[in-house]
Structures are given as C-alpha cells and as structure tokens.
Design a protein around this ligand. Sequence first.
Ligand code: ZN
Length: 198
Amino acid sequence: MTNTAQEALAQLRDEAIALIKATPDLAAFAPLPANLKPADLPPVPLAAVDRFISNPGTHIPATAAFTNAALAAAPFGHWRQTYTEAEVGAHFLAHYGWLELWGPTGHFQCDSARAYVAFWGPGLHYDWHFHQAEEIYFLATGEALFKAEGAEDAIIRTGQTRLHASNQPHATTTSDSSILTLVLWRGEGLAGNARMQS
Ligand code: ZN
C-alpha cells in the first residue's frame, strides 16, 4: 500500500473516531476501538465507488470532515458487497458498497469492535435483511426511509442515527439523494454477515 493510501485511510479512521466522540448516540453505543492494527488490504475499485465519488450526497457542517475523508480514501478502499446479483439485482450492486474501516477483517483490525463506511445511491431499496450483531447507522450525507420490524418507520436525515437490535429485520430506501453512512456493530455476531430475509 502506498503512503497516500495509508494516510487517507488513517484520516478516515480518525474522522470516524471524531464523529463518534461528537455524537452522543454513537459514543453511547460501543466503546472506541482499542489497539487497531493497520492491515494491508488491496483496493477493490467497484464501479459503484466512482458513482459515489461523483455523487456522494449532501453533508452538513458536522459531517464535512468525515465525508471529505471518505471521498479521499474511496479510491484505496477494500470495497465489498454482501449480496449477489441474484439476491439484489444489478442496479443495486452498481450503486452500493461498503468497506470495513475497523473490525476483524477491516482496514484496521481488532476483534472488539466493528465499523463500516457504506454508501447507497439515490432511489435504492435495500430490502429486508438481518444480522446477529446490534447496529447503529449514522448518516453523514443524504436522508433515507428506515423500516424495522416492531419499530415506527422513520426518515433519518444527515447527522441522525438509527438503531437495529440483534436479528431485528430492517430495510432502507434512499430518497433522491445518495447516503454516506458510518455503521457500528456490537455484541454477539460481530464477525458475522447480514443476510436477506427469505
Ligand atoms: Zn443492518
């Protein structure tokens, strides 16, 4: 990995930590990661990442530094997609992606915490899915409709958070803007994956 890539990813890590410290819901959700070890993950330049870079959604002043760090680190991200085209369709895969910023298999590795940087393009429906780990979303740009079984539907706007309990099915529909999110996991199933609800 080049110095530029290392520096961009370290900046994104630091801005994510700053955002957690500045956002009471995030700070209360999980402890900050300890003893992060940089991992030499190769860049995976999904086509969707170019679309994200050209249309990241609108940030607010409090999320500007994180958003800019995500854009600067995006070309060096080890981007992943949880699902197959058969599960979610080609259009969805062309407009979504995530990287594990820290966690068991992240750019910065630790077994006690997990954080993702994830984006979805405009007008996307992320269908019902679930995972064992508890989760909190933070929107750095854009807004989206969040649904969860047993909870009120809610429009979550830039700078706001949304919680999902262990194995609580949830779904997201973006508005006419992209969303950039910081997502934290905690608890049992930290190293697991999300699955679509069949
Ligand atoms: Zn989730």
